[in-house]
Structure formats: C-alpha cells, structure tokens
Write a protein that binds this ligand. Structure first.
Ligand code: NAD
Length: 482
C-alpha cells in the first residue's frame, strides 16, 4: 500500500497497520467509495510521539535554521509540482470545487516559502543589567508538537501549523481528520520527498474515533498542541492538555457577519457575500453566515442575493463550471436539511435550499438557503450552522450594526461594505473579530495573522506571531568574573 492510500507515516516509514480496521473514504459528489484506509490506534499514536520526541532530542534539527529553511523550500517545490494531482484528490475526497482546491494548494506552498524565510530570522536579545552582568534571551524550539486538523482545508490548515512549527525547530505529529486522510497523506509524501528532513521530525497517524486524538492532546511528551476544529472539540483538547500544562493554540469555529451599509457598492457587496458564503459550500470557519443590511438598502440587497443564490451552479466538485460542491457527508447533509425546515417554521425563508435535482441524488448536496430573522438571540443566528445557509438581518444605525454583529460567542472574522472610509475605520475598531475585511471577504494571507476573539480560539496562526506557539524564550544570565 502506498502513501496515496492514506497510510500512517512514522519515522519516515509508511505504515498500513490497521488495529482498528479499514475505513472507507467516500466521494461526497457521488457517494462512491474511493479508497479504504487504515484506522489508527493508541499504540500507533504513542509510537509517533516517541519518534517525534527522539528526533527532537537526538537530531540537530532544532539547532539548524538554515537546514530547516532549505527543507521548507524544497517541500514547497514538491507540493507545487504535485499541485494538480493533490487538488484533484481533494476535490474527490472532501468535495472542494477544483478551482478552490487548486487555490488552496497554492496557498500551502506559499505558506511554506514564507516560513522558510522566517526560519532564518528568529533572533534573541541581550541586556546588560549592570557592569559585567549580562542577560541573554534565546528563542528555542518548544519541543514536540501535535497538529490536529479538520477536513475542510486539508492542505492549508495542515501547512499553516506544521510550517511554523518546523521553522521554529520543533518536531511534529499530525492527526488528519477522518474525512481527509488521502489528501493528508499526499502532503506527507511531499515531506517524505525532502531527504534532508531527519526521520521522525514529521509523523502522521490516522484517526476514526478519539483514541489517537486523546493521546496527542494528553501525552506527557507533547509540549504544544496546535488544534483547528470545532469549539466542542477545542474544549476537550484544552481539558486533556491541562493535566500536563501544555501550550495550546486553538483555531475554532466562526459565525462571520457581513455588514452592508447604504453607502456600499451593492453589486460588489452582493458578489463578495455570495462567494464568501458559498466557499466550500459554506463549510469554512470564516464563511459569511450572517448578512446584516442597513434599512435603506435592505430590500434591494435581499433581491440581489436571492438572484445570486438561486442561480448558483451546484454540482460535482470536479465538473467544469461548478460553483458549489457537495456537503462533506450524508449525516451533515441531513443535519442541514433539518435546519432549513426549522428556518421555514421559525424564521422566514427567502431562498429554500434542497438536496438538489435528480442528477445530484447520489451525492450529498444542499443548495443555498437564505432566511430573514429579527431575533438575534435565536440559535439559528447564534450557532455555527456550517453549510450554505445565511441569515438576513436588518439594522438602522451603525451602533446597532456593531451591537448585533458582536452578539454571538464567536469572533473569528467579519466584513464591512461601505464607500465611507470613516465608517470603515470605526467599524474596523469596534467589531470584536480577529479579522475584519473591508469591501471584500475571505482574504487570508500567509504573512498576516488570523485567529479568534471569544470562543473562536486562542492564539494566532499565519504571520510572524504564529511562531510564538512553537518557541520558548529562555533567559541565560552571566556575571563576568573580575
Ligand atoms: P472537529 O472538531 O469535529 O474535528 C477536528 C479534528 O479534531 C479532527 O481531526 C477530529 O478527528 C479531531 N477530534 C475530534 N474529537 C477529538 C478528541 N476528543 N480529541 C482529539 N481530537 C479530536 O471539527 P470538524 O467538524 O472536522 O471541522 C469543522 C470545525 O472546524 C468548524 O467548527 C469550523 O469552524 C472549524 N474550523 C476552524 C478553522 C479556524 O481557522 N478557526 C478552520 C477550519 C475549520
């Protein structure tokens, strides 16, 4: 069995051990089984932790920034060479529309190149507190890192944690999501192709329950956890990590509002909101899920969005012209269809989503949905729905827009639409979100930090601050004799 079949990767070896059996991977566009992959176990997870630990302690990896930089550049080149086949695999495995999947892989190798530069720019400081009294502040690799990721962006979410961890000199164990083991293994194969990376620096163990994830969030030899996923799992990880006081970075859920003022370019705003809400069919943490519109342009915006949502081309993720692919699996398709029924009863549907026509019946589709609602405390407004479903809400004043936007437990991302620079700047400061985009949505850059306020998380990834999760600052003090 080769890496393309989604094996575990430990100490430079591909392992097909399946102590918990084989698991089928389905293509959500048509329900077909595309592969069977081995499920991991507690003992495989422990083996991976020890491989990463031994590699951290025994290799020179943590002390060779130029080696790490060169390795990340080489990894990026291999990922770029294999971009088309990895994007194709992702489209089949998680239903991401091919164009978006290609964009994601490009973001992955861009991110690796950024951290290759950062690897050679980690400096400490010195301080002289008196004559002959010297303090040396060094920045050192924090140790062994577990990277636990979800299925929705299996290349970028992996690389945005792994690349800064490797740049810092840490060693890593990855736990991919059960829905995306094939794409994960394809990225691991790109690391495997880089001969200068010592064995055990990067490892990966598949998971189909919580055995592996529990080890990777509680094992005493793990120093740092970089977790991306739901708030619910984030809480479990934080509790598991508490016993051995690990450093924990959490990138969790979102409920992004798009706030449209009467001074906005409505055509552009509607186009951005459509794209921002339907990326990966709404299954992205930063997707627009609430649209708040000023009274003065409410009806016009509603009509524009209705047209855009009703005409969105839903279909197989790999078919040319598809704008919106499937939902990740049948249980989530059924969950979203139930939410749409509820929205029909408890709010007012403007566009009613369905499972699609007969030609889509083999796959797990849900078409775009928009409902009007006034009650900001309603759980349709408060909860992350994670699908192509947006609420449409009104506001009369800037204060009301701020208050309603900030009224959920999430604080990951928001966007504001206005041609008035003063409104933009005031909103940018008053919104309690880790990212605020002005007149656009979902612009994520390797160089710029992302992360959440409130229950959307702890810490930042991307940018220079991502390194903070993977570095310790040490004080070495020296007094000169004589
Ligand atoms: P999830 O929390 O169910 O799973 C995420 C990962 O955690 C998976 O690998 C899963 O196997 C693992 N996991 C589950 N239970 C575990 C446990 N008890 N111990 C250890 N690991 C465990 O999330 P999901 O459904 O795969 O992904 C969707 C969620 O991720 C949404 O809430 C979305 O907003 C969030 N997300 C956030 C970001 C961000 O940058 N903030 C990015 C993408 C997705």
């Amino acid at each position: 069995m080769g890496e393309s079949q989604g094996c575990h990767y430990i100490s430079g070896d591909w392992l097909s051990d399946a102590p918990n059996g084989m698991v089928a991977v389905e293509n959500p566009s048509d329900g077909s089984v595309i592969a069977e992959v081995p499920a991991g176990s507690k003992s495989l997870a422990e083996q991976a932790v020890m491989a990463a630990h031994d590699s951290f302690e025994c290799s020179s990896w943590a002390h060779e920034p130029r080696l790490r930089s060169a390795a990340l550049l080489e990894f990026a080149d291999v990922l770029e060479e294999r971009a088309d086949s990895i994007a194709e695999m992702m489209a089949q495995e998680n239903g991401k529309v091919l164009g978006q999947a290609r964009h994601e892989v490009a973001a992955g190798y861009g991110e690796a190149r950024y951290y290759a530069g950062v690897a050679r720019n980690v400096f400490g400081r010195t301080f002289e507190s008196g004559v002959g009294k010297l303090s040396l502040m060094t920045r050192e690799a924090a140790g062994v890192v577990s990277v636990i990721v979800p299925w929705n962006a299996p290349v970028t979410l992996l690389v945005r944690s792994v690349a800064p961890a490797l740049a810092a000199g840490c060693t890593v164990i990855v736990k991919p999501a059960p829905q995306a083991p094939l794409t994960n293994a394809a990225v691991m194969a790109c690391f495997d192709a880089v001969e200068s990376i010592p064995k055990g620096v990067i490892n990966s163990v598949n998971e189909y329950g919580i055995e592996v994830g529990t080890i990777l969030s509680s094992h005493p030899k793990i120093d740092v956890i970089s977790f991306t996923g739901s708030v619910r799992t984030g809480r479990v990880i934080l509790a598991n990590a508490a016993h051995t006081i690990k450093h924990v970075s959490l990138e969790l859920g979102g409920k992004a509002p798009a706030i449209v003022f009467d001074s906005a370019d409505l055509e552009k705003a509607a186009a951005e909101i459509k794209r921002g809400s339907l990326a990966l069919n709404g299954q992205m943490c930063t997707c627009v899920s609430r649209v708040l519109v000023h009274d003065g342009v409410y009806e016009e915006m509603k009509a524009r969005l209705r047209n855009l949502y009703e005409s969105a081309r839903v279909g197989d993720a790999r078919a040319p012209g598809t704008e919106v692919g499937p939902i990740i699996d049948k249980p989530n398709q059924e969950r979203l269809l139930r939410i749409i029924d509820r929205a029909g009863e408890e709010a007012k549907l403007v566009v009613r989503g369905t499972a699609g026509g007969n030609d889509l019946s083999q796959g797990f589709f849900v078409t775009p949905t928009m409902f009007e609602i006034e009650e900001v405390t309603h759980d349709l407004v408060q909860d992350e729905l994670f699908g192509p479903i947006v609420s449409l809400e009104r506001f009369a004043t800037e204060e009301e827009a701020v208050q309603k936007s900030n009224a959920t437990k999430f604080g990951l991302a928001a966007s504001v639409y206005t041609n008035d620079l003063n409104v933009s700047m005031r909103m940018g400061r008053k919104l309690k979100f880790g990212t605020v985009w002005l007149n656009c949505h979902n612009r994520l850059l390797a160089e710029v930090e992302t992360g959440g306020y409130r229950e959307s998380g702890i810490g930042r990834l991307h940018g220079i601050e991502a390194m903070n999760d993977f570095l310790e600052t040490k004080h070495i003090y020296y007094e000169v004799n004589g």
